[in-house]
Design a protein around this ligand. Structure first.
Ligand SMILES: NC(=O)c1ccc[n+]([C@@H]2O[C@H](COP(=O)([O-])OP(=O)(O)OC[C@H]3O[C@@H](n4cnc5c(N)ncnc54)[C@H](OP(=O)(O)O)[C@@H]3O)[C@@H](O)[C@H]2O)c1
Length: 266
């Protein structure tokens, strides 16, 4: 039974999965590359179910270990310590930030690359395809008509079941997009990536109004049928990988604000 989520990465996506997990009653152990003392503000905000630890401590504590870190950090992960763990791969390939020839050539999907490095872990791709704000704010309890659907991919049925239970508990319906080799169907710049989970911005807003609308406006749910259609209609990109230019502009503007150290008001 899943009780604790170990989280490697305590930035935007790490904070979002931690909030989801804590709200649903899971314990979380958050880690990053700089050390637990740099995560204390976030763990204070998350409350008593959250603590900060080293990467090894997060792995040891986690019944599931989530990877909300840049793909560039993959090689530094301790594959041996992660052996046997169910791992949620939240990473995405953005060649403008980090390049890999095997990904560029389409030999591997990014989650296959993660699985190859973490060869004794059981990787499930999930919670990678929407921004940190909507990752948290779109979650709804089971039975809520606004509950939305998320895709997962992986090679191990039991691990997919474990991650599905987790996602269902924190607030999402789940559709299986297939194996890690097939996970290109849910990678960046495919129909199920980012846009269906974010609001359509009306014409005529100023830049600041757009950002505020993007963060606050409720988003219509993706039904399991919608999700299936998007997954099935995906075409394999060549070359693969996401680009900031193909993302919702308000998301990119907010991301840039945060990257320059500005706070973002909802
Ligand atoms: N941002 C989103 O909305 C979003 C949504 C879905 C998925 N994702 C994916 O999630 C990943 C992280 O994105 P983000 O926006 O959350 O990035 P971020 O805010 O920059 O946070 C990245 C985190 O990863 C940690 N990290 C990097 N390398 C590490 C390593 N080797 N060991 C331990 N921790 C390491 C960083 O720690 P230090 O700061 O200590 O270096 C930081 O806490 C990316 O792959 C992205 O595609 C992002």
């Amino acid at each position: 039974m899943t009780r604790t989520i170990g989280i490697i990465g305590s930035g935007l996506a790490g904070g979002a999965i931690a909030r989801l997990a804590v709200d649903a009653g899971y314990r979380v152990v958050l880690s990053n590359s700089r050390g637990p003392e740099t995560i204390s503000a976030l763990t204070r905000e998350l409350g008593p179910l959250a603590r900060a630890g080293t990467v090894d401590e997060a792995i040891a504590a986690g019944d599931i270990v989530a990877l909300p870190l840049p793909l560039a950090g993959l090689e530094a992960l301790p594959a041996g310590t992660l052996a046997g763990k169910v791992v949620i791969d939240q990473t995405n390939y953005y060649p403008e930030f980090w390049r890999n020839t095997e990904l560029d050539s389409g030999e591997l999907t990014s989650s296959e690359l993660v699985q190859r490095h973490l060869k004794d872990s059981i990787v499930v791709k999930a919670l990678h395809n929407l921004d940190w704000n909507h990752m948290y704010s779109n979650a709804r309890p089971k039975g809520d008509p606004e509950r939305t659907t998320m895709p997962i991919a992986g090679d191990d049925a039991a691990a997919k079941e474990t991650v599905t239970r987790f996602l269902e508990t924190v607030g999402y319906d789940v559709v299986d997009a297939g194996s890690l080799a097939e996970s290109w169907r849910i990678e960046p710049n495919t129909p199920i990536y980012f846009w269906p989970y974010a609001p359509a911005i009306p014409e005529g807003l100023t830049g600041d109004e757009e950002k505020s609308y993007y963060l606050k406006q409720p988003v219509p749910p993706v039904t399991p049928e919608d999700a299936r259609k998007m997954i099935d209609s995906a075409e394999r990109l060549s070359p693969p990988g996401g680009t900031l230019a193909a993302m919702p502009p308000a998301h990119v503007a907010i991301f840039m604000d945060l990257a320059s150290g500005n706070t973002v008001q909802k």
